[in-house]
Design a protein around this ligand. Structure first.
Ligand SMILES: Cc1cc2nc3c(=O)[nH]c(=O)nc-3n(C[C@H](O)[C@H](O)[C@H](O)COP(=O)(O)O)c2cc1C
Length: 363
């Protein structure tokens, strides 16, 4: 049995395979509310056989949105549509997860469909916050440094969002600690220049993330898994690095985190990132080996054979695919076929299930 189709139990939740839909902003919400687009987008990938579907960065507060069109989970009224989507995903045998997020100093920006950089107040933009009063780039908003009360609000917002996530039927929470958004901004010495207990040493820079994890775990049931996505490196001298990521992952393991989703970058504009097939897998491998925690690998994983090799080599426990899932919502069904594994197709599609062995990759 290929590893890709071995079930994985995380606490009380069993994923039917190791293939995960990586969180992907759709920039299609209004006032944070999910709609038919999200139902069909996420639902299609559940029909396509993914083991776990992590809904896009979903803001824990309105000011934590990347763009005005981001999904949100900051008010109870946003829950019922999410519940409907999750009920559908669950009925397909897939597990619904949500990425809870706060964009920090990278908030209030145009979606890629509408522009780039800061959305001004006149067009619906809002004041943004960060660890320090330093903008990401010249065309991003100038943030205000969070004070103690602001930090407490962030923690409370994540806790309330986790409660709503439960009400919405999500079975996995992923905290977004990557890509230069708020939690990553606190981790990295390149964006965090605070002199209080949230800045300076590794312990201080990691404090906010650890407090958010603790607040989330307070309300998130024991039998449901908690994942944290990190950027394992800023790919920049003097920035957050792989050694600190290993140290952080070991700490997170003791605080009730079950798996680290290992991405990189996003906190430094124009960082020299050696993008190529599987370019981030090395970090998932290192964290898994050295921190002794399960990991997910992501980044330019596009073929069943490569995905299988990552798992078979013991480099990660899950593989997350983003863009390949936009090209091919049925990736897991075809991967099963290519790897010679018998999986159930939705009864409605049964008549189209490939029955004759073909060369790998051939459809
Ligand atoms: C359209 C799009 C939206 C994305 N939105 C998010 C997001 O909401 N949260 C996140 O952590 N990463 C986001 N990403 C990054 C992906 O989850 C993934 O880490 C990255 O695309 C690399 O994987 P890939 O090579 O399989 O696309 C997004 C990527 C794409 C293409």
């Amino acid at each position: 049995m290929p590893k890709l189709f071995e079930p994985l139990a995380l606490r009380g939740v069993t994923l039917k395979n190791r293939i995960v839909v990586s969180p992907m902003c759709q920039y299609s919400a209004q006032d944070g509310f999910a709609n038919d687009w999200h139902l069909v987008h996420l639902g299609s990938r559940a029909v396509g056989g993914a083991g776990l579907i992590i809904q896009e960065a979903t803001a824990v507060s309105p000011e934590g949105r990347i763009s005005p069109e981001d999904l949100g989970i900051w008010k109870d009224e946003q829950v019922p549509m999410l519940r409907r989507i999750n009920d559908f995903i669950t009925a397909q045998g897939s597990v619904p997860g949500v990425q809870l997020a706060h964009a920090g100093r990278k908030a209030s920006t145009y979606s890629p469909f509408t522009g780039s950089g800061e959305v001004p107040a006149a067009e619906g933009g809002w004041p943004v916050v960060g660890p320090s009063a330093e903008a990401f780039t010249d065309n991003y908003p100038q943030p205000e440094a969070l004070d103690a009360a602001g930090i407490q609000k962030v923690i409370t917002d994540f806790r309330s969002a986790a409660q709503r996530a439960l009400a919405a039927g999500f079975q996995v929470i992923e905290l977004h600690g990557a890509h230069g958004y708020l939690l990553h901004e606190f981790l990295s010495p390149l964006s965090n220049h605070r002199t209080d207990e949230y800045g300076g040493t590794f312990e201080n820079r990691a404090r906010l993330l650890l407090e958010v994890v603790a607040a989330t775990r307070e309300v998130w049931p024991e039998d449901l898994p908690l994942i944290v996505r990190i950027s394992a490196t800023d790919w920049t001298e003097g920035g957050w690095n792989a050694d600190e990521s290993v140290q952080l992952a070991a700490l997170l393991k003791t605080r009730g985190v079950d798996l680290i989703d290992v991405s990189t970058g996003g906190n430094v504009p124009k960082a020299p990132i050696p993008v190529g097939p599987g370019y981030q897998v090395q970090f998932a491998e290192r964290i898994k080996a050295e921190a002794g925690i399960r990991t997910g690998a992501v980044g330019l994983i596009t073929t069943p054979i490569d995905a299988e090799a990552i798992l078979a080599n013991g480099q990660a426990d899950l593989v997350l695919l983003a863009r390949e899932f936009l090209r091919e919502p049925y990736f897991p069904l075809f991967a099963a076929h290519d790897l010679g594994v018998e999986v159930e197709w939705p009864a409605q599609y049964e008549r189209a299930k490939p029955r004759i062995a073909s060369a790998a990759g051939q459809r």
